[in-house]
Design a protein around this ligand. Structure first.
Ligand SMILES: NC(=O)c1ccc[n+]([C@@H]2O[C@H](COP(=O)([O-])OP(=O)(O)OC[C@H]3O[C@@H](n4cnc5c(N)ncnc54)[C@H](OP(=O)(O)O)[C@@H]3O)[C@@H](O)[C@H]2O)c1
Length: 233
């Protein structure tokens, strides 16, 4: 897909990867970019159209779909991570919170915008997933489970939306240099690189994008007896 002249909506665009998406899309010649965020304070990106949106709130999502009837590309970027053990006292609450934002929120947005995309001739949905869709490492339990669910529903949505010609892309980054990975001492990809690779995947209509070596390694071991997710380091 050629992004030039297209209308794009990016969730969670007040900071991190989402903010980088909005700026890069405008630079790449998108016709209109809706910068969606649950708090519009500080969301002043020149040329973008701000829109208030909490992806856990059905009314807010329905309002966004009604207010933005010209969207060609939906970028489901908004996400949530809180480190914690699956066996911690609050793990069920934490699991629900992760699923409500990362998994259910993504599905809620895809459902609300599927008719919009159909009217636009198909368009595309970009879901920002993670290497942790395939790995559950120390302290990432609830987040990883929600990202695995988000990966699965990305694959299901791709099948269900094929008939209306909507391209569904799953993006699997390792660590990205944003607030979410601020406490992590490991190699990180810049948000600018993740965004440029995603725009290239859109251009080439690729359905899956792995960003870095960590992702390439874990994906390559999935079919092995000693798959990476069995004993991650
Ligand atoms: N950073 C990484 O290492 C990494 C790695 C792999 C994948 N990812 C994924 O990349 C995406 C972007 O993350 P990031 O690194 O940019 O994280 P971030 O800096 O923590 O930003 C998260 C964004 O999501 C928004 N958000 C959270 N809950 C929301 C809700 N209910 N409704 C609307 N917006 C909501 C946040 O808004 P508020 O400001 O209002 O909280 C913020 O704009 C996420 O899906 C994340 O899981 C990140």
């Amino acid at each position: 897909m050629d992004i030039r002249g297209k209308t794009v909506l990016v969730t969670g665009s007040n900071r991190g990867l989402g903010r980088t998406f909005v700026k890069a899309l405008l630079e790449a010649g998108a016709g209109k970019v809706y910068a969606a965020a649950r708090d519009l304070k500080g969301l002043n990106i020149l040329g973008a159209v701000p829109i208030e949106l909490d992806i856990t709130d059905a009314a807010s999502v329905a309002n966004a779909a009604a207010t933005c009837p010209d969207v060609d590309v939906l970028v489901n970027n908004a996400g949530f991570l809180k480190y914690g053990s699956l066996l911690a006292e609050d793990s069920i609450r934490s699991l629900r919170e992760h699923f409500e934002i990362n998994t259910v929120g993504t599905l809620r947005m895809a459902s609300a915008f599927a008719p919009v995309l159909a009217r636009q001739g198909g368009g595309a949905i970009v879901n920002i997933l993670s290497v942790l869709s395939w790995l559950n490492i120390e302290h990432s339990g609830p987040y990883s489970a929600s990202k695995a669910g988000q990966w699965s529903l990305t694959n299901g949505l791709r099948n269900e939306l094929r008939a209306q010609k909507t391209l569904v892309i799953g993006v699997h980054p390792g660590y990205i240099d944003t607030d979410m990975a601020a406490g992590v001492q490991a190699s990180k990809t810049s948000p600018e690189v993740v965004v440029q690779m995603t725009l290239e995947a859109l251009r080439e209509s690729r359905e899956e994008l792995i960003i870095d070596d960590a992702g390439r390694w874990v994906k390559s071991t999935l079919s092995e007896v000693n798959a990476g997710y069995l004993s991650p380091t």
